[in-house]
Every structure is written in structure tokens, then in C-alpha cells.
Design a protein. Structure first.
Length: 423
């Protein structure tokens, strides 16, 4: 018996010169299974509980046991994560605990734990091949599995992976596992060396460092001045702001968004008033850790690394600088009110305008006095400036400080610039 031979994936007919890909296998059975499943599309074992299909009966059985029956018999001794098959546990140990990345990309510095992940990276990132198009929208993907997941999650709105400890549901098994690890298991194994933030995934830590500490925004919106550190956030921005696609509506207000998790975040932060991240240097609370870090850098550390090239203004965030240039120097007001001639720099300001001026709604009531406001941001500024007597806006030319940014602007223009625009 011939054992341990390696050959390239070819069709079963030896007379055909039909090399399909460069994958190699240590057994002919695995080669035939690969050709059948990958190149011939042979997935004869259809799951009756979902739309998944498999080339081998063993794969189908593992799928049913792990996904639908919830069996996780193979437990990791290092972190407690459990898997439905020993191969999943083995891969978990190699990639998470041993941090092995044996498959480096020859084009960039990225490295991956499996050859398939490397192949997907090269195809989608470097070759820009997205040949699997959705017939219901304009999205395209580099892998059929991602297209399939997209259809099930976005168009069919199916989320088959439910958390047994809370009401959360997910479209991906990996998303459920991340949720279990970070939310219920409180596992944050990837610690940031520059701040106290910790993450459950190495990719999340990398994204955090690039966006918060290095302030890199490599994904530029072609329709406005905003830029993002993650391509997914750019896509979300384009769909929600420019594409106006908002299928998820809040039952408590007029807010609408593109994705369910954004709506859930809106309910938690706006209606339930949950802000779990408090600044250690003041009492300000935030709904996201990145907003807290930006606050610390700008307010307490006084870091203004982003200097405007047209005036003396400096900002702690790249997007703040872009917003300043767009609004102050370019005078852009791209969001027009449908009921009057007013125009605004952001959708948020337009909504506040409509709510305050046209709808006459002031539902944000101050607990300390009789005043009420049309937005939570205005109310927050009122409480800080009037009741807490905070003067966070320091004049760069003298010792004067103000509770409102607008008051500081008026002070600088009238006192130091000697401008009298309203005579």
C-alpha cells in the first residue's frame, strides 16, 4: 500500500490535463473529496434544519451535532472554549494559544493559521476578485460561503446561532463563539500595551491600535470627507448615510438603521441610557471605549495632533479635523431641510433642526431645572455648563474659560480678533 504520497488536485480521469488548484493531500481519498466538494460542487448531504450542504456524511453529522444539537464535547484546557470536533479544538489551540501563523502572505506581511484563510486573503485583498454576486443587491464576495451567509443574514434575516445565556442571536457560529467568550466568559486575552483596553480577538486589538493610537483611517468615503479604520464601517456609512437603506426601525423613536446590532446599540445607549465606560479622570461616561479614549486624549491629555493647515485650530481626532475643514473653510452644508431653506453639515444636526424647529419637540428634560431640549447632546452641555459649573473650553489667548464652545468662539472673535459682525 502506498502511504504518504502527495499530489496536486486533478480530476479523477488521469488522461485529462486538468489541474484545478495547488492544494496537496497526503491521501487520494482526501484528494477526491476535495475535488468533489470544491470543484465539482458535489454536496449531496443537505441539512433539513438550515440551508447548509456537505460533500461528506461525516461533515454533515458534525454540523448537526455542533450547530443544531449544541454538542461541544472537546474542551480547551487553556481557556474553556468547547468544540464539536477535535479538529476544531486542535485548530483553536494552534491559532489562539500557540499563535501559530504558518501560512505567510508573499505580497504583504500578513500570516494565517490555515492555507484556506491565506488563499481567501490573497483572492479578496490583493487580487480583488469578488466573483460571487448577490442577485438581490449590489454586494459581491470572494467566497460562495460568504455570499450564502450574506443572503441568509441580510435578505432572509436568519440567525441560526442563539446564545443560551441571553437573547442574542447571530448569523455566524464564529460570532456566537466570540460573544460567549467576550461577554459571558469575560475573556480578554489580547491586552493593549498603550492603554487599559483588552480584546477577545487579535484582530480587534490590531484594529484598536491602528484607529485609536495610530489614528489611521485608510478607508476614505468617496461621497464625503469621512474616513474609517475598518472597511465594514465605511460600507455601513455609505449604506446608511448616502444610500438611505434603513430597514431596522426603533419602536420608541424615529431612528432607523441598516443593521440590527446598530439598532440594539441605539436602544441601549439612547433609551436605556447605558454607558458602561467611565473616564478615570472625570465623571464622564461613554457607550464605547474608543470614544472614552478619544475624550482622554483630547480633554485631559490636551493632545491635538491634527493641525488645520488653514487656521490655528488643532484637533485630537483626524475625523474632527476633516469635519472642521469641510464645515468651516469649505462651508459645506450637504444636508438640506425639506421644510425650509436651512442646510447642515451632518445628518444629525439636520434631524435636531427638524425636531426642534418644525416638530417643536423638546423631550430631553433637565432634572435640575425646568428647561428642556430637543437632543440629549444639548441637554448634556446644559447640565455641564450651568449646573456643574464646568468650564472646559479654555481660551488659547487668555485665562478665560467657558461652558460652551460657542461662547468661546464668540469671545475670541469679539475680544481677540476685534470682530463686530453684528452692528
Amino acid at each position: 500500500m502506498q502511504v504518504g504520497f502527495r499530489q496536486k488536485a486533478v480530476f479523477e480521469d488521469p488522461h485529462q490535463d486538468g489541474e484545478i488548484c495547488d492544494l496537496k493531500f497526503d491521501h487520494s481519498v482526501r484528494l477526491r473529496n476535495h475535488v468533489k466538494a470544491t470543484h465539482e460542487g458535489g454536496r449531496d448531504h443537505q441539512c433539513e434544519q438550515c440551508s447548509s450542504a456537505f460533500a461528506r456524511k461525516g461533515q454533515f453529522r458534525v454540523h448537526v451535532e455542533t450547530v443544531h444539537e449544541g454538542r461541544r464535547d472537546h474542551k480547551c484546557q487553556g481557556c474553556g472554549s468547547a468544540f464539536g470536533h477535535k479538529s476544531g479544538l486542535k485548530q483553536h489551540v494552534r491559532s489562539v494559544h500557540e499563535r501559530r501563523r504558518d501560512h505567510p502572505c508573499t505580497v504583504c506581511d500578513s500570516a494565517f493559521d490555515t492555507r484556506s484563510h491565506l488563499n481567501n486573503h490573497v483572492k479578496s485583498v490583493h487580487e480583488k476578485i469578488k466573483d460571487h454576486e448577490c442577485d438581490q443587491c449590489s454586494w459581491a464576495f470572494s467566497q460562495p460561503a460568504k455570499l450564502k451567509s450574506h443572503i441568509r443574514m441580510v435578505h432572509e434575516r436568519k440567525k441560526d446561532y442563539s446564545c443560551k445565556q441571553c437573547d442574542s442571536k447571530f448569523g455566524y457560529l464564529g460570532s456566537l463563539e466570540k460573544h460567549m467568550k467576550s461577554v459571558h466568559g469575560k475573556k480578554r486575552d489580547f491586552q493593549c500595551s498603550q492603554c487599559t483596553s483588552a480584546f477577545s480577538e487579535a484582530g480587534s486589538l490590531k484594529s484598536h491600535v491602528r484607529s485609536i493610537h495610530e489614528d489611521k483611517r485608510e478607508h476614505q468615503c468617496q461621497l464625503c470627507a469621512l474616513a474609517f479604520n475598518v472597511k465594514g464601517r465605511l460600507q455601513l456609512h455609505v449604506k446608511t448615510v448616502h444610500g438611505k437603506i434603513k430597514n431596522f426601525k426603533c419602536e420608541q423613536c424615529n431612528f432607523a438603521c441598516t443593521y440590527a446590532h446598530v439598532l440594539k446599540f441605539h436602544v441601549r445607549t439612547v433609551h436605556e441610557k447605558k454607558k458602561d465606560y467611565q473616564c478615570d479622570m472625570c465623571e464622564t461616561k461613554f457607550s464605547e471605549p474608543r470614544n472614552m479614549l478619544v475624550h482622554i486624549r483630547a480633554v485631559h491629555e490636551k493632545k491635538r495632533d491634527h493641525q488645520c493647515g488653514q487656521c490655528d485650530s488643532a484637533f485630537g481626532h483626524a475625523n474632527s479635523l476633516k469635519y472642521h475643514v469641510s464645515v468651516v473653510h469649505e462651508k459645506r452644508r450637504d444636508h438640506h431641510c425639506p421644510q425650509c431653506q436651512s442646510a447642515f453639515a451632518t445628518v444629525t444636526k439636520l434631524k435636531v433642526h427638524v425636531k426642534r424647529v418644525h416638530d417643536k419637540i423638546r423631550d430631553q428634560k433637565c432634572e435640575h431645572c425646568q428647561l428642556s431640549y430637543s437632543s440629549a447632546d444639548y441637554l448634556k452641555k446644559h447640565v455641564r455648563a450651568v449646573h456643574e459649573k464646568r468650564r472646559d473650553h479654555q481660551c488659547p489667548h487668555c485665562q478665560s474659560a467657558f461652558g460652551y464652545a460657542s461662547s468661546l468662539t464668540l469671545h475670541v472673535r469679539s475680544v481677540h480678533e476685534r470682530r463686530r459682525d453684528h452692528q
